[in-house]
Design a protein around this ligand. Structure first.
Ligand code: APR
Length: 276
């Protein structure tokens, strides 16, 4: 493990444009269950996953009813206001402060990367503390709308202050398209990076799981004799995860550091500091 931590630190120090891709495994040490790990939400409640596939269709069919249901029941993730970033989130924020990490693309909706101080975060599956207009894609902070008041006055769904369109939670549900701005920026990062640190994801949900494949497909050998084209031939893809994933088995990642992100990432940052 130590050898791999030193190897990852060296790869990060030598990188020109490192990005991190994260999943629910980043937040289990903050007390938020993941989905497919041994104690995952879907592992323990398969019915909940089947229901989750219907959520977006329900919104499309009847936004008012969707909102009334959403405001009446508890969140799947518990009270996200009561959790805090863990050392793994802070470690990624520190790598950004050191100018090594350029961006975090996260599947997590818990806002913990932002709260840990990461500045450039792409919330690939949305953010539980934001709302989004489905017509003009304008995003609002949750507190910009008094949702309970709207409900009490029978004025759901919330309407966009800019275009009057229907506003939903920013969370991207199964079968809902990834908002175009986030999808485009994420693909740009995947094509631009020369190091991709993939932390705490089972890498089975698309299109997010395409991003490592896009980065990998870019690498290849320079046509013989062609130098100085600025084309990076190799992208380093490093996985940090409690268990191997399809990216490991299919050789998309160069290596897997198996363990807890909250323990491994701070050790990598310490090594980076020693090596810089
Ligand atoms: N450190 C490292 N890895 C961990 C840790 C940890 N502390 N805790 C859990 N893991 C691993 C699990 O073993 C699993 O392989 O993190 C991975 C989490 O995978 P999932 O539970 O599938 O979560 P994720 O990959 O983020 O799911 C993607 O699925 O349901 C949708 O929208 C939801 O964004 C989510 C998407």
């Amino acid at each position: 493990m130590e050898k791999l931590i030193n190897r990852a630190a060296k790869d990060l120090v030598e990188s020109k444009y490192a990005i991190a891709l994260t999943g629910a495994g980043m937040s289990t040490e903050s007390g938020i269950p993941d989905f497919r790990g041994p104690k995952g939400i879907w592992t323990k409640q398969p019915e909940a996953e089947r229901k989750a596939y219907q959520t977006y269709g329900k919104f499309q069919a009847n936004p008012k009813e969707y909102w009334e249901e959403r405001l009446s029941g508890p969140s799947l993730f518990g009270d996200l206001g009561k959790v805090a970033p863990n050392p793994g989130h802070y470690a990624l924020a520190e790598l950004e402060k050191m100018g090594i990490l350029k961006c975090v693309i996260t599947q997590n909706i818990d806002n913990l990367h932002e709260r840990a101080g990461s500045k450039r975060v792409l919330d690939y599956h949305g953010n539980a503390f934001k709302l989004r207009c489905v017509s003009c894609n304008t995003r609002y902070d949750l507190e910009e709308y008094d949702l309970q008041k709207l409900r009490d006055e029978g004025r759901l769904p919330p309407l966009c202050k800019k275009c009057g369109g229907t506003v939903k939670d920013d969370i991207v549900h199964f079968t809902e398209p990834i908002p175009l701005d986030i999808a485009e920026e994420s693909e740009k990062e995947a094509l631009e990076c020369d190091l991709m640190l993939i932390c705490g994801t089972s890498a089975v949900v698309y299109p997010f799981a395409n991003l490592p494949l896009m980065a990998r497909s870019r690498s290849g050998t320079l046509p013989s004799g062609l130098y100085g084209t600025g084309y990076r031939t190799t992208v380093k893809i490093i996985e940090l995860n409690a268990e191997p994933t399809p990216l490991t088995h299919e050789g998309v990642s160069d290596y897997l550091i198996q363990g807890k992100t909250g323990e491994i990432l701070p050790q990598i940052v310490d090594e980076v500091k020693r090596a810089s």
